[in-house]
Design a protein around this ligand. Structure first.
Ligand code: AHR
Length: 495
């Protein structure tokens, strides 16, 4: 019989808390994310609250969605927020130059988004326009959303029907400044950032504003180095990082009909997140040894060819067990780096890329990725339990990947949660955890798996993949022995 892999889980008082904001989401004006996704308008027959679908609101509340990033992505650096406030009939249109060249009417704007976040109980994370905007424009947006006193922008807000400021905490200063955000060099952007950050005032003096710099693409360590060197820590709340799991930008592969080789490549890209987060964090440590600046992975996920027949600019793709494995391993990486990774945003929430929700007219389905996010939501704001183990390998052709991914936490009620992924698509894996030192005895388990990696939920069969009770474990004298089926995500709860 195969030997069990021993997973050592420690109780370490000095370990960080896993910020709930690691479980954040992203909603761009892209394809059917906002329009015909979240937002159907208040005259729609689909049940809604101020135009936002009630079924989506309920589903996201169940995820305990901690924050939502908006309005982009690339769209953010073309967006002029003043076009999206005031009477609908007076709002100009905007051509979405990055995503399908569609013309939109600006009917979903600042009030709609921030009110929606209040309903969701999520912190808004606004991406400011640096690429084609002005410092004044962004400073005005902050005054409009955050200032309680008398001022031109707060008066305008009140005129538009909102008395109290929303007090938006998270502000992105541009997006992908090295690309669609303006094709800037790192040096140039660092200066731009300093200028913009200066004029973004914490109007209420709450000390609560977090300014987040547009970060590196994947392994562009020079970007992180240059920004950390040139921007004083006290001007920088967070530094972003984007990494997509793409097989090949020219040949991304189908989202559903994929081979084991393509699965292996997707997972190779996904597991690279470990190295990326480690190396970007090490650079940040040099300039910020007290770890005051957050590493914000505000775009991550799998990116495949768009669904056949759909608009290529809309980035609509199905979501299979491959995506569940991708999400489970990525979130474990973030949890284990909670000392520096304090926020992350899956790209994107509804109908775009690795979505947690897909809609088709009045129908809505939850994807395997949704279920992983829900299973993992127990880690939000719980104390990390550091882990050491040596993973068995998942071998394909002449290459190999770690087959097992784990993270663990203890919450305020003393419950322990261990999330485990078996990446191997063919072999089961056995693990063993010494639970005596964790102070919990009774375990229950939940599993997400299916008969094929390519399995997914559809509008006709929405519950093909959903979490079920997991029983393939036993407590043998304080040692928890667990048998993980191939390509499965398991959450163990100990009380
Ligand atoms: O999420 C889709 C796009 O990917 C975003 O607009 C951009 O920031 C990134 O390149």
């Amino acid at each position: 019989a195969q030997n069990a892999t021993v997973i050592n889980i420690d109780l370490d008082e000095k370990a960080p808390v896993i910020s709930k904001h690691i479980y954040g989401h992203f909603a761009e004006h892209l394809g059917r994310c906002i329009y015909d996704g979240f937002f159907v308008g208040d005259t729609s027959k689909i049940a809604n609250t101020n135009g936002v679908r009630n079924d989506i609101i309920e589903a996201l509340k169940k995820l305990k969605i901690p924050n939502l990033r908006w309005p982009g992505g690339c769209f953010a650096d073309t967006y002029h927020w003043k076009d999206g406030i005031g009477p609908l009939e007076d709002r100009p249109t905007i051509v979405n130059q990055w995503w399908g060249g569609v013309t939109e009417d600006n009917s979903f704007g600042t009030h709609d988004f921030l009110n929606m976040c209040e309903v969701l109980g999520a912190e808004p994370y606004l991406s400011g326009n640096v690429g084609s905007g002005t410092v004044q424009e962004l400073a005005d947006w902050v005054q409009y959303t955050n200032f309680g006193g008398i001022s031109p922008m707060s008066d305008l807000r009140k005129k538009n029907g909102r008395t109290e400021p929303w007090k938006v905490k998270y502000w992105g200063i541009g997006n992908e400044a090295w690309g669609c955000g303006g094709n800037m060099t790192a040096d140039y952007y660092a200066n731009e950032y300093r200028k913009y950050a200066t004029f973004i005032s914490d109007w209420e003096n709450t000390g609560g504003i977090v300014r987040i710099a547009s970060g590196a693409s994947s392994s562009d360590y020079n970007w992180t180095e240059t920004l950390m060197k040139n921007i004083p820590n006290n001007m920088l709340g967070g530094l972003a990082l984007h990494h997509y799991s793409v097989i090949d930008w020219k040949k991304k592969g189908d989202a559903v009909s994929f081979t084991e080789e393509q699965y292996f490549k997707t997972m190779t890209e996904a597991l690279k997140m470990e190295e990326l987060v480690t190396k970007h964090s090490a650079i940040m440590d040099n300039y910020d040894p007290k770890k005051k600046v957050d590493l914000v992975v505000d775009e991550w996920g799998g990116w495949y060819e768009v669904e056949k027949g759909s608009n290529p600019g809309f980035l609509y793709q199905q979501n299979t067990m491959r995506d569940a494995i991708l999400a489970g391993t990525t979130l474990n990486i973030f949890n284990n780096h909670a000392d520096r990774v304090r926020m992350a945003n899956l790209a994107q929430c509804v109908n775009v890329l690795q979505a947690v929700i897909l809609t088709d007219k009045a129908k809505m389905i939850l994807t395997p990725t949704y279920h992983v996010m829900q299973m993992y939501s127990v880690h939000q704001d719980a104390k990390l339990l550091p882990i050491t183990f040596e993973s068995p390998l998942y071998k394909f052709n002449n290459e190999s990947l770690p087959a097992i991914s784990v993270s663990a936490s203890k919450n305020k009620n003393g419950q322990v949660h261990v999330s485990i992924v078996n990446v191997d698509s063919n072999k089961e894996n056995k693990i063993e955890i010494d639970i005596v030192k964790l102070g919990v005895k009774n375990f229950t388990g939940t599993i997400l798996t299916s008969s094929k990696l390519q399995d997914h939920n559809t509008f006709d069969n929405p519950n093909k993949i959903k979490p079920t009770v997991f029983k393939a474990f036993q407590n043998k004298k304080g040692k928890l022995e667990i048998t993980l089926p191939p390509f499965s995500v398991v959450m163990m709860e100990g009380k």
